[in-house]
Design a binder for this molecule. Structure first.
Ligand code: ATP
Ligand code: MG
Length: 588
């Protein structure tokens, strides 16, 4: 008998295959979970882990999240959701210098905004690597005692010089063979603050001849007399990232630890370290496994904190939440949506080889979602007056455009119509080019959801610039009234009643960088910035838009999807950002 499989919610990928195979083989089925992160003692004798898998999103709180992080968030939280697992939100705050509470708050906000949650079965899985400093320190003492680590008093330059090269093995430090008791005392003195920064480090004792340079006795602890954003001045020694990260994963019983490809060469150390600590009874088995996937590279932006910091510091943009920035705070202001990001993550998938994703793929995902959720409104972005000479002065009436052409249940709204309207400057040509069907003297068009008009001419100023377009209307042609279809016209233009319009600041954005691969080769990425990536205009909007709430989305017909800016909008006076045009309009 054949059983029909439910439609797969996601395209499969190598990570999903690994997880499915682990579940089939019951690789992690015997795991117990002590209710909180901890070493072997915490989990021994505890009930079986209700989470089938555990993943984590482990940002360092030293900046704002960018679109690359969104890929990682959707991947880690998405896998946990799909495989009845749990995804931990963990701050990798082992570096005291650059980390700040402000970043912690902003990161939590961004993850929530994307639609994910670290609370499962009533437990908050929100963790900080700094909460594990005691364990990490104990583990370092253990490694020294067991002969797997030593304190090295060479200078940083000596250590670097003695590390060897790809073709030459490294040279052992004079302290490599010192007695464990000696190293242990040195570590304790380091911890007690008796030594200067840079005077010594703790190193794992692995193999100075390894072809993988990461295994040539990597440093695991260093002296830093810095105040940490959470532990204050409790510590003056801090674990190295490569030492801390595997331990964090193991204490949290992460099953599948996903990271970007540049960590592939670190995996042997990851495994070596966890095996040694499990041997010593410090960690519970089965141990976590690291898998690497290709980072997101997106054309026309940069996804590196260092470069993004430079854009902000040098004021090439108006801050981290500038709508042009590829940060999640920027995207949110721009009017991008969490649904759009999740669809994007699904569409680009995960693979093991680096590639570039075209920015238009992200825009398509935003467009598709906004098309579903954004009510239609009318806005004239480059206004010129249209005067209907035969329309009675002082008269006004209502027209009734639909709120969404494909969703009749969203209803219609009333918009005022009067003798003087705003229309787009490009909807009139005194001398039409071939194939132009909009307004020119003698031509008829329909004012969308209103009347058919015939153009009679225009007014111009001394420089020849058109200051007003004139026309007459046909009183029996109003959309929706009997006989209105007797008028056959090719052009259909949008408009806003001039007397009622809301004159409003609107920001239009273009690609942040003019080059697809900013800074490629040896170029300075700053030179690749698009100097015309932001246009601020005063547009004429249909009057009801005055009441838009900050963060509310609309499609402005013919112009794209817009959002009322979350920061600069005031009640009764929103300003709008264009999230994305209706079609891809970027040409090189
Ligand atoms: P950057 O390289 O921009 O400084 P990072 O890797 O240092 O970023 P972290 O805070 O350490 O930033 O990253 C948190 C998580 O996000 C890591 O697991 C990392 O692999 C992932 N991540 C960062 N950048 C990308 C990217 N471009 N694509 C996919 N995942 C990413
Ligand atoms: Mg990092």
């Amino acid at each position: 008998m054949s059983t029909s499989k439910p439609a797969a919610p996601h395209v499969t990928n190598f990570i999903r295959n690994i997880i499915e195979s682990d579940l089939a083989k019951k690789t992690y089925a015997a795991r117990t979970w002590g209710g909180k992160p901890g070493g072997a003692k915490t989990h021994a004798g505890a009930p079986p882990d209700p989470a089938k898998i555990r993943t984590r999103f482990p940002p360092e709180p030293n900046g704002f999240l960018h679109f690359g992080h969104a890929k990682s968030i959707c991947l880690n939280f998405g896998l946990a959701q799909d495989f009845t697992g749990v995804c931990h939100m963990r701050f990798d705050d082992t570096n005291p210098e650059k980390e700040e509470q402000e970043y912690v708050d902003s990161i939590l906000d961004a993850v929530k905004w994307l639609g994910y949650d670290w609370c499962a079965n009533g437990t908050e899985h929100l963790y900080f690597a700094s909460d594990y400093f005691d364990f990490m320190y104990e583990a370092a003492e253990y490694l020294i005692t067991a002969g797997h680590a030593y304190v090295d008093e060479q200078s940083a330059e000596q250590i670097r010089a003695n590390r060897g090269t790809l073709t030459e093995s490294g040279k052992a430090s004079p302290q490599r063979a010192r007695p464990a008791a000696d190293s242990l005392q040195a570590l304790r003195d380091m911890r007690a603050g008796k030594h200067a920064e840079g005077s010594m480090v703790v190193r794992a004792k692995i193999d100075m001849a390894s072809p993988n340079i990461n295994l040539r006795d990597p440093a695991i602890y260093r002296i830093r007399k810095a105040t940490h954003h959470r532990t204050g001045d409790k510590w003056c020694i801090y674990p190295m990232y490569t030492y801390a990260h595997p331990i964090e994963d193991a204490l949290e019983e992460i099953t599948h630890s996903l990271c970007t490809l540049e960590f592939e060469d670190q995996r042997p150390f990851y495994d070596w370290l966890l095996e040694r600590l499990a041997e010593g009874g410090l960690l519970a088995k089965p141990l976590p496994h690291q898998y690497e996937f290709a980072r997101l590279n997106l054309t026309n932006v940069v996804l590196s904190k260092r470069k993004l910091i430079q854009l902000v510091d040098e004021k090439h943009v108006d801050g981290w939440d500038d709508p042009r920035m590829p940060t999640l705070v920027g995207a949110r202001r721009r009017g991008y949506t969490p649904e759009g990001f999740r669809a994007f993550a699904d569409r680009i998938g995960v693979s093991k080889s680096d590639s570039w994703i075209d920015f238009s793929v992200l825009e398509d995902c935003m467009r598709e979602h906004l098309n579903e959720v954004a009510p239609r409104r009318v806005a004239v972005l480059d206004p010129v007056k249209l005067v209907i000479d035969n329309y009675p002065d002082g008269q006004e009436e209502e027209c009734h455009p639909p709120n969404h052409p494909q969703k009749p249940d969203w209803g219609k709204r009333a918009v005022p119509f009067s003798k003087e309207l705003w229309i787009e400057r490009e909807d009139f040509m005194e001398t039409p080019t071939k194939g132009y069907f909009r307004l020119f003297p003698g031509n008829k068009v329909r004012l969308r959801y209103g009347f058919v008009i015939e153009c009679t001419g225009c007014d111009k100023d001394a420089s020849g610039r058109v200051t007003a377009v004139h026309c007459n209307y046909f009183a029996d042609s109003k959309s929706g009234t009997p006989g209105s279809d007797n008028y056959k016209v090719k052009g259909n233009i949008h408009w806003v009643s001039a007397r009622h319009a809301y004159a409003c600041e609107v920001r239009l954005f273009d690609r942040l960088y003019k080059e697809a691969h900013p800074g490629a080769g040896d170029r300075d990425h700053i030179k690749d910035l698009n100097q015309n990536s932001k246009h601020v205009i005063t547009a004429q909007l249909e009057p009801a838009l005055k009441d838009a709430n900050a963060g509310e989305h609309f499609q402005f017909e013919r112009h794209g999807y817009f959002v009322a800016d979350r920061v600069d909008s005031k009640p009764g006076a929103p300003v709008f950002n264009r999230a994305v045009t209706l079609r891809d309009s970027w040409h090189k």
